[in-house]
Write a protein that binds this ligand. Structure first.
Ligand code: NAD
Length: 352
């Protein structure tokens, strides 16, 4: 059969430059004609937020940020934006901060300038997420895609190595899942392969030299291309699993970091071309060997039980995941497979 696919590229401006964030943000605020900017950033990011906000018309600074964006947190932020007549959202931080800006944009259509400080990649997707009573809902909407991304690796040197590692493996999960997600196409695969290469090169450099810019820059570019691939390919099995676990209260990046080898071990035998591509991107004999070698090198998160996941919740997680397993998943997936996968991930067993 001949090759057929539909690919959509998300319209975004991307500005990359270490040490250039403040100037780039000021230019972009002007370009958008903003007069009342809502600066969304947590207190952790206060020092560089002050610098980035210095030359722009700030209407409101906002720091009530919670991972996975509970609906009540979103509602408070939307009300604050309306009260202050905000016309542009500037978010500076990780995926949780970007997620709050997206929640506001979803109902207001306000443009977002995103300044990412982790490797989550949310800034490059049109996917939003909200949590309500332990259930995480995600959706796709053009309004939540940031108009502009301002990347500055100098803003990421303060990200502690363990968080950098977990976040970088979250980006790597975007790449792996993009090989077989429902809308995966050859463009996504090419971006994902480059993402794996860049992340596998950049992350060890961060571990060795956390304040050095070259490793941070390489990882940041890797995170961007991973997210671009993911935005196009959609959520594969790995993201479906992590999505359910996230709704159950598990932390986003470490959960992705733990679960990824188990999904790769499950799917690789039924997706030989993708597995070969992943292996080549790692420069390794097999896809799993490449991932595991990187994980060992980085002392990556190992077990879900280390992040507060109770073994007794595995059946509930299986029940929630089974109906959302994508039809396109290379391996057929039964409740028994999911139970085994989650149990192995819970205790940090070797993937099989
Ligand atoms: P996060 O945003 O919660 O950040 C993790 C921690 O790192 C926080 O404590 C934060 O304050 C700290 N931090 C961030 N930047 C820092 C810096 N430069 N220096 C020091 N500390 C810093 O976590 P995350 O993993 O970036 O994002 C997770 C969230 O993003 C989840 O809610 C997830 O669902 C969402 N997400 C969404 C998409 C999407 O496409 N919609 C993609 C990926 C992640």
């Amino acid at each position: 059969m001949s090759l057929r696919f539909e690919h959509e590229t998300q319209p975004q401006r991307v500005l990359f430059g270490s040490g250039s964030a403040a100037a780039n943000v000021a230019d972009e605020v002007e370009r958008l004609g903003a007069t009342a900017v809502m600066v969304i950033a947590s207190e952790t990011e206060r020092a560089f937020t002050d610098r980035l906000a210095a030359d722009i018309p700030v209407a409101l600074r906002y720091s009530d940020i919670v991972m996975h964006v509970p609906v009540e947190v979103a509602d408070r932020a939307r009300a604050a934006a309306a009260e202050h007549g905000v016309d542009v959202l500037l978010c500076i931080g990780g995926g949780s901060t970007t997620g709050l800006a997206k929640a506001i944009a979803l109902t207001t259509g306000l443009p977002i300038i995103a300044v990412p400080t982790t490797y989550a990649g949310s800034e490059a997707t049109n996917v939003w997420g909200l949590t309500d009573g332990g259930m995480k809902t995600t959706g796709v909407d053009a309004r939540v895609l940031p108009r502009v991304i301002v990347y500055d690796a100098a803003l990421t040197v303060s990200l502690p190595v363990p968080i950098s590692v977990a976040s970088g493996l979250n980006a790597l999960a975007h790449c792996v899942d993009s090989m077989w997600a429902p809308r995966a196409d050859p463009i996504d695969a090419a971006l994902a392969a480059e993402g794996i290469r860049a992340l596998a090169a950049g992350l060890p450099r961060i571990a060795d030299d956390p304040t050095g810019l070259p490793g941070r820059e390489e990882t940041l570019i890797g995170a961007y291309v991973s997210a671009v691939a993911f935005a196009s390919a959609g959520s594969g099995l790995h993201h479906k699993i992590c999505h359910v676990l996230g709704g159950m209260g598990l932390p986003h990046a470490p959960t992705h970091a733990v679960v990824l080898p188990y999904v790769l071990a499950l799917n690789a035998p039924d997706a030989p071309a993708a597995a070969d591509r992943i292996a080549r991107a790692f420069g390794s004999e097999t896809a799993l060997a490449g991932l595991q070698a990187l994980r060992r090198r980085l002392d990556a998160p190992r077990a879900l039980r280390d992040y507060g996941f109770d073994e007794a919740r595995i059946p509930a997680a299986v029940e929630a995941i089974l109906p959302v397993v994508p039809d396109t998943n290379p391996a057929e997936v039964t409740a028994r497979d999911l139970h085994r996968l989650l149990h192995d991930a819970w205790e940090g067993a070797d993937p099989r």
